[in-house]
Write a protein that binds this ligand. Structure first.
Ligand SMILES: NC(=O)c1ccc[n+]([C@@H]2O[C@H](COP(=O)([O-])OP(=O)(O)OC[C@H]3O[C@@H](n4cnc5c(N)ncnc54)[C@H](OP(=O)(O)O)[C@@H]3O)[C@@H](O)[C@H]2O)c1
Length: 342
């Protein structure tokens, strides 16, 4: 009799647990008028999340410009949450940059990212946000990480020095989500996207990421009739790239279908060398000069390929292949010359 009672309680407990998990998911899927705070809405990723949410029929999306709400300010962030009381939060605001910016401004990268994350995540906890998605980055994994990089390889050896400050801040962010879930039961999740690119990217050759910087350099060289462009590093390191509308699709998918306690990788599972990438951009841009690699400049981590089996097992895969994505990005670049972030 005792055993039957224990078994019934067990079944009851398990079904209510799964019901609760399911309920949280269906809440986001079905509540198209729930209040969603999209932090970093005008950034590369934030703008793509906005497009995806609107396409999916979400109507109540709250945003703030930097001059209205500086997320480095804890009191202002708290006041915003107190007034707006969002149900869901996408945390896509961050200080972001390429290898040169990361290497040159490490203090700003660690300070600003840690402040933004801590301010938003703590306010989301205080004001009862139902679910929050934090965006990290694949640079959280060790410099010489076994490839492809599985989620569990986090903190198993030293980080890449050129982006250590940014990586430490991002690790702190995913751990904040993990610990708030563990201690308070908050449904805060995090994903780690690979290198992203697409419309709205930062084309500044010093501050931006490798793909937009390559595009800008080659386009300028083509327009100015130069016979070569100089690129940082040896060109032999491997990188993975994901189109920004694909990452937004994955982020919204995870908000609907993932409640796990640990972070989850978002990528394509395929990589190529920087030299191969540069050749592809050169072809799409139509630059006919030579590519010169400045080997005195750092390369960064030798290989960074995410293991995306966890995400694939949930049923998500990228749709836009690299060549198609770069073509779409270049078309956008040509049509938005007056509003490029440079
Ligand atoms: N880009 C990539 O390749 C990549 C790869 C992996 C992961 N991610 C992650 O994706 C997220 C978004 O990156 P992104 O590429 O979209 O960056 P982004 O284009 O630079 O956008 C960052 C956004 O954050 C906002 N922001 C920065 N500091 C702020 C502050 N103090 N207060 C309020 N807003 C602030 C910016 O506002 P303003 O425009 O007004 O400055 C902008 O809207 C980051 O967490 C990043 O780690 C990006």
């Amino acid at each position: 009799m005792k055993k039957i009672l224990q078994l019934s309680f067990g079944i009851l407990f398990l079904s209510s647990y799964f019901y609760a998990q399911e309920k949280i998911e269906s809440d986001f899927i079905n509540s198209k008028d729930a209040k969603i705070y999209l932090a970093g809405h005008d950034g590369l990723v934030g703008a793509a999340i906005m497009r995806k949410l609107r396409d999916d029929g979400y109507t109540n999306i709250v945003t703030r410009e930097l001059h209205e709400l500086n997320l480095l300010n804890q009191a202002a962030t708290r006041k915003f949450f107190e007034e707006e009381r969002p149900d869901y939060v996408f945390l896509a605001a961050a200080k972001v940059g390429g290898i040169v910016a990361n290497n040159t401004y490490p203090a700003q990268f660690i300070y600003e990212n840690m402040m933004i994350e801590a301010n938003i995540i703590h306010a989301a906890h205080e004001y009862g946000v139902k679910k929050l998605m934090f965006l990290g980055s694949s640079c959280i994994y060790p410099r010489l990480c076994p490839q492809p990089m599985k989620e569990e390889y986090l903190l198993t050896s030293e980080l890449e020095k050129t982006n250590e400050a940014y990586a430490i801040a991002k690790i702190a962010g995913l751990k904040l989500c993990e610990y708030y879930k563990k201690q308070y039961g908050d449904n805060f999740i995090s994903c780690m996207p690979t290198n992203l690119y697409g419309p709205g990217d930062n084309f500044d050759v010093k501050a931006g990421h490798v793909l937009p910087a390559l595009m800008m350099k080659m386009h300028t060289a083509k327009v100015e009739g130069k016979d070569h462009v100089v690129l940082w590093g040896t060109g032999s390191v491997y990188r993975e790239f994901l189109y920004v509308d694909d990452v937004a699709d994955a982020i919204v998918f995870l908000m609907k279908h993932y409640n796990g306690a640990t972070h989850i990788n978002v990528g394509t599972g395929k990589d190529l060398t920087i030299r191969e990438l540069a050749e592809l951009v050169k072809e799409i841009v139509g630059f006919e000069g030579a590519l010169v690699f400045d080997v005195t400049k750092p390369d960064g981590t030798p290989k960074k390929l995410l293991d995306v089996s966890k995400l694939c097992a949930l049923g998500w895969r990228n749709k836009v292949e690299l060549r198609q994505g770069i073509k779409q990005m270049y078309e956008w670049f040509l049509n938005h010359q007056h509003e490029l972030r440079k």
